[in-house]
Design a protein around this ligand. Structure first.
Ligand code: GLC
Length: 434
């Protein structure tokens, strides 16, 4: 009797287990995800997510929210160098060695073509189709920046545009500099107010951020590096004017003497420690400056478009997108995480806790997002995002970037004139693009 009972209970359980297994394998068959032959939906899987240093709490919050929804997937955060170029080189070394160590990684907006062509990342189209992700709900430019040879290699996570941040307790309203020349005057006048050490902070180290700063000066005077037809046009009077202004600002008495060692972290740290009335940085600066645990200037931060040159104000287009390592051993779980992080929930967390501008335009109407980032609805910000200037879009971008970095650095340190820098960039970029 006892035995009979146990046998029937056992067979009942077996049936239950089989039904469950059938259901879960049903939901996993179909398009995509068939690299993972085994049915591991309940198996504990750890994936590695890599991105540059996050000075805000956004990454931790995203991982926390994701793991809560997916108890069987652990996400391990691998912090990469914050310098975009150094981060790029670390990925290239790892992926050239076909390493499966990283599953999901963030790509700078200037890398997808290169990574796709090198076979480092997986095409996401079948996942996108399978889960019915509507790319039309995303910012068109951000989507197309990750589209190469007709395939989608990454999902856009946030857009960056260079902005001017200022101390509202030092700079009176209506007194925010509108032009580079006004900035030169005001940064000089305000240096020292409220114990500030400097007047202006920017990124002038020889690295990717220098290129974005240079693009802004050049474009604000009407110049371009490569035009819409792919012609190199940097040796122009407009571009030269822009380079000259950049050299003038970087050498002004009110910027830190070692400004040529400044990337984003050096400049944002100085700003949140109350050392400068002005800084050029990306939108995350706002959330960071209002983070009580890190900042001494909470509640005293304003945002404005970057100063104008002869041709107006120009912001460089930046931003990051998430991709899956082509050699990942957990593509399904990697996709689940990527989908969450770049989807509305993940982007909302990024916007609220990281101050990052979403690539899903509807999030700009979200009350909580706006409460955390009131400037998201200001005309100046919307215009800066809409008109942000791209860096050259080419698969050998790192080579082009290096040429720009070297020549602009030389101009800032007085080794070449602005004219010579423009001429050298023209010749070298032309050669590199052949
Ligand atoms: C920001 C931008 C990125 C850019 C980098 C330069 O992270 O989003 O596109 O390359 O800054 O430092």
């Amino acid at each position: 009797m006892r035995n009979v009972k146990w046998t029937s209970l056992f067979s009942l359980m077996l049936v239950f287990v089989l039904v469950l297994a059938a259901c879960s394998s049903d939901s996993e068959s179909g398009e995509g995800g068939n690299e993972d032959e085994k049915n591991d939906s309940e198996e504990q899987v750890t994936i590695v997510y890599a991105r540059g240093m996050d000075a805000t709490k956004a990454t931790d919050k995203i991982i926390e929210a994701f793991e809560e929804k997916h108890p069987n997937i652990n996400v391990e955060f691998r912090e990469m160098p914050s310098d975009s170029g150094a981060q790029h080189d670390a990925y290239v070394t790892s992926l050239n060695g076909k390493s499966s160590e990283i599953d999901v990684m963030d790509l700078d907006v200037v890398w997808p073509a290169e990574f796709a062509q090198a076979g480092y990342v997986m095409a996401l189209d079948r996942f996108i189709q399978k889960d019915g992700i509507e790319l039309s709900e995303y910012n068109e430019g951000a989507v197309s920046a990750a589209n190469f040879n007709g395939k989608q290699w990454a999902m856009p996570k946030f857009i960056d545009a260079g902005m001017l941040f200022y101390r509202t307790d030092i700079v009176e309203e209506g007194n925010v500099p509108k032009t580079w020349d006004e900035l030169l005057t005001k940064a000089g006048e305000l240096q020292g107010e409220k114990n500030t050490k400097f007047g202006y902070l920017m990124q002038a180290k020889q690295y990717e951020g220098l290129v974005t700063n240079a693009v802004e000066y050049i474009a604000s005077y009407g110049g371009q590096i490569v035009d819409e037809n792919g012609e190199v046009v940097v040796n122009s009077p407009e571009a030269i004017k822009g380079i000259k202004k950049m050299v003038e600002v970087a050498n002004a008495g009110f910027v830190p003497e070692n400004i040529t060692t400044f990337t984003e972290p050096e400049s944002h740290t100085s700003f949140i420690e109350g050392e400068s009335p002005f800084i050029r940085n990306w939108p995350y600066q706002y959330a960071l400056a209002n983070d009580k645990e890190q900042s001494e200037i909470v509640g005293n931060v304003g945002v404005a478009p970057l100063p104008e040159g002869d041709a107006g104000s120009a912001a460089a287009l930046g931003g990051w997108m998430s991709a899956i390592n082509a050699y990942s051993e957990h593509p399904k779980e990697a996709w689940e995480f990527l989908k969450f992080m770049t989807g509305p929930e993940g982007q909302k967390i990024s916007a609220i806790h990281g101050g990052l501008a979403p690539t899903i335009p509807s999030l700009f109407d979200d009350e909580e997002v706006l409460e955390a980032n009131p400037f998201f609805k200001e005309e100046g910000f919307v215009n800066a995002l809409d008109n942000a200037v791209s860096r050259p879009v080419v698969p050998n971008y790192p080579e082009i970037s290096e040429i720009i970095q070297i020549e602009i650095s030389k101009a800032i340190t007085g080794k070449v004139t602005a004219e010579e820098a423009a001429q050298n960039m023209q010749t070298k970029i032309e050669e590199a693009m052949q």
